[in-house]
Structures are given as structure tokens and as C-alpha cells.
Design a binder for this molecule. Structure first.
Ligand code: HEC
Ligand code: HEC
Length: 292
């Protein structure tokens, strides 16, 4: 009976300590952020319910996009080396091979219609301002034509094997024109001096950001940087939920390789503690049995 009382006291004290500290620690390590909005509900310029025509989309893409963008998977290599593209546009236009599978359909359609407003960069490129965004708005296309372009991009997107391969491909296509990932031996396609001039800030190497920011923050930040870092020059990227998870998984695979090992250790420590507690209990019973 006495033992049970001691156990109850210890359990209460541990409980109070745990509930006093854990939510605080959790709050600091994973600050509350607005949930990511994967419907991109603020973008309404294009009626995305229209079914796109792949054949017409191909004609439109070949006439309008491949002058700047490579689409390796559809047989369109880059028009010029990265250094020259960076010098011309400020940043190397990304290869669009994976665009159809990575970007949310609503985001992609509205991005083509008006890149600046879709990326939430109107503060950097105000209407009538002196700076112009390097990619033109295709607001002269009809909604149907834009959906044709989207349908074509979706039709050529390669099936990549889920896991490391898809994770890396998504990171390279979505972030790789600005951010390096030293731990993954990935160098940004745009030279660092050029990108600094273009963005007004140097995009940091992301090797350690999974640790310093945590996945909750990253989910919110990629989905809408302005919400978490008002005024930042980092654009909204517009990934669908799956692609965003792949990007973050890649950051975890490269920046926090020991995570699986650490989590496995936790279980082992608990098993060890349990076995040890049992032995201690049996030992105690043996010693006291002589006294009683
Ligand atoms: C004059 C060059 C140019 C043309 C033409 C052009 N783009 Fe771009 N595009 C760019 C540049 C530069 C960027 C990168 C801008 C940045 O990250 O600040 C970009 C970015 C993109 C992105 C990435 C969006 C994101 O959220 O990261 C997509 C998708 C895209 N373009 C699609 C298209 C499509 C589709 C067409 C044709 C209808 C097209 N582009 C035509 C220069 C161009
Ligand atoms: C067109 C260039 C560009 C692209 C594309 C881009 N970023 Fe950034 N990113 C930046 C710049 C510039 C900064 C620095 C922003 C600042 O200091 O205000 C930044 C900052 C960041 C930060 C640091 C935020 C902080 O709290 O300090 C993270 C994390 C990040 N980017 C992740 C990503 C990920 C993940 C992707 C791809 C899904 C991506 N970025 C795509 C330009 C870019």
C-alpha cells in the first residue's frame, strides 16, 4: 500500500513537471503557424474547372515558354548556359519538366496569368513601378488557353519513383534556382552574386534549415513566406501538398540524416529502462524477503 502511495506521488510530480515544460518546449521548437493553404484560394483570375487541351497546350508552350525555360523531359534543352540566362533574367528560369506534377493547378494557372500577384511579390514589383518581373504575364491568353498550357505541362511530367529520387527532383525544380544545399552537393543554378542582386538578399544555403526552423515553419513558409516573414523577397512557391512534403523530406534527408537513428534510440532506451526497473524490483523483493 505504501509503495502505491509513493508511486502516486512520483507520478503526480512527474506529470506536473511534464505538462509545465513540454508544451512550452514544443511551443518554442515548433511555433504555432497558420496552416498551409493548398487550395491557393486567394487566386481567382483563371477558371480552373475548364478541361485543358494537351495538343493546343503544346503549341502554346513551344511558342511562349521555351525561349526562357528548358523542358528537358519534352526534348527542349536550355537555350543558353546558366550563367548567361542568369545575366539576362537575373535568375535562371527553372526547367519546367516537373512543373505539372509539383505545382498546384490553381496556383500554376494563376501564376501564368500574373506571376507577381501569384508569388505575393506586389510589394517588390508594384504596378507602374520601375522594376519589372522577368517573366511576362500571360493575361492576354484566354482562360481556356491557360488551362491548355497547364494540361500540357501535367501530361509531360515524368513519373518519378517516390522517396529520395522524387524528393530531390522536387527540391531542385522548386528551390534549386536560388538555394544551394551544400550537404547534398547541390549548387544553386543561379550564381550567388547574380541572385543576390536580383533578390536583394542572399538566399541561404538550406542544409541546416530543417533543424533551425523545423518542418512546421517550413510548411507555412514555403506555402506563403509573407505570412511568416513580412516583406521578404522570397516568393511564394505554389507547390501542392505532395511536392511540398517531398521538398521538406529532402531537406530532412540531407540536413538531419540521424533522425531515424535518434528515434530508434529512444525506443531502445525505454526498453532498457523497463528491463532495469524489473530487475531492481526483483532485487528489492529478494532483499526485503529476509527482513519480513
Ligand atoms: C522571358 C522569360 C520567360 C518566359 C517567356 C517565361 N518564363 Fe516562366 N519564369 C521565368 C523566370 C526568370 C522565372 C523565375 C522567376 C523567379 O523565381 O523570380 C520563371 C518562373 C516560372 C515558374 C516557377 C513558378 C514558381 O512558383 O516558382 C513557372 C511554373 C513558369 N515560369 C512557367 C512558365 C510558363 C508556363 C511559361 C509560358 C507560358 C513561361 N514560364 C514563360 C522566365 C520566363
Ligand atoms: C526566386 C528565388 C527563391 C526561390 C525559388 C526559393 N527561395 Fe527561399 N529564399 C529566397 C531568398 C532571397 C531568401 C532570403 C529572404 C530574406 O532574407 O528575406 C530565402 C529564404 C528562405 C528561407 C529562410 C527563411 C527564414 O526564416 O530565414 C527558407 C527556409 C527558404 N527560403 C526555403 C525555400 C524552399 C524550401 C524553397 C523551394 C520550395 C525556396 N526557398 C525557394 C529566395 C528563393
Amino acid at each position: 500500500m505504501k509503495e502505491l502511495k509513493i508511486l502516486a506521488v512520483i507520478a503526480t510530480l512527474v506529470g506536473i513537471t511534464y505538462y509545465g515544460i513540454e508544451p512550452y518546449a514544443h511551443h518554442v521548437m515548433h511555433p504555432e503557424v497558420k496552416a498551409a493553404d493548398f487550395t491557393f484560394s486567394d487566386l481567382k483570375n483563371v477558371d480552373t474547372k475548364l478541361a485543358g487541351n494537351v495538343t493546343n497546350g503544346q503549341v502554346l508552350v513551344e511558342a511562349n515558354c521555351i525561349a526562357c525555360h528548358a523542358i528537358e523531359k519534352a526534348g527542349h534543352p536550355a537555350m543558353m548556359p546558366n550563367a548567361d540566362a542568369a545575366a539576362s533574367y537575373g535568375v535562371v528560369p527553372p526547367d519546367l519538366s516537373h512543373a505539372g506534377r509539383m505545382y498546384d493547378k490553381n496556383y500554376l494557372a494563376n501564376f501564368i496569368f500574373d506571376p507577381v500577384s501569384a508569388m505575393h511579390l506586389s510589394h517588390k514589383y508594384p504596378v507602374g513601378g520601375t522594376k519589372t518581373f522577368p517573366m511576362p504575364s500571360y493575361n492576354w491568353m484566354t482562360g481556356q488557353e491557360i488551362m491548355d498550357v497547364v494540361a500540357y505541362l501535367q501530361s509531360i511530367s515524368p513519373k518519378v519513383k517516390e522517396g529520395s529520387e522524387a524528393n530531390k527532383a522536387s527540391f531542385e525544380a522548386a528551390c534549386g534556382r536560388c538555394h544551394s544545399m551544400k550537404y547534398g552537393q547541390l549548387e544553386a543554378t543561379t550564381p550567388v552574386d547574380t541572385i543576390k542582386t536580383y533578390m536583394g538578399a542572399t538566399p541561404p544555403d538550406l542544409s541546416q534549415y530543417i533543424k533551425s526552423r523545423g518542418e512546421h515553419y517550413l510548411h507555412g513558409f514555403i506555402n506563403d513566406p509573407q505570412v511568416l516573414l513580412a516583406g521578404t523577397s522570397m516568393p511564394r512557391v505554389g507547390l501542392n501538398e505532395k511536392a511540398q512534403e517531398e521538398v521538406i523530406a529532402y531537406m530532412e534527408e540531407t540536413g538531419d540524416r540521424k533522425k531515424a537513428e535518434r528515434e530508434a534510440t529512444g525506443i531502445n532506451v525505454m526498453i532498457y529502462t523497463f528491463i532495469f526497473a524489473m530487475l531492481a524490483y526483483l532485487w528489492k523483493r529478494k532483499i526485503w524477503s529476509e527482513v519480513h
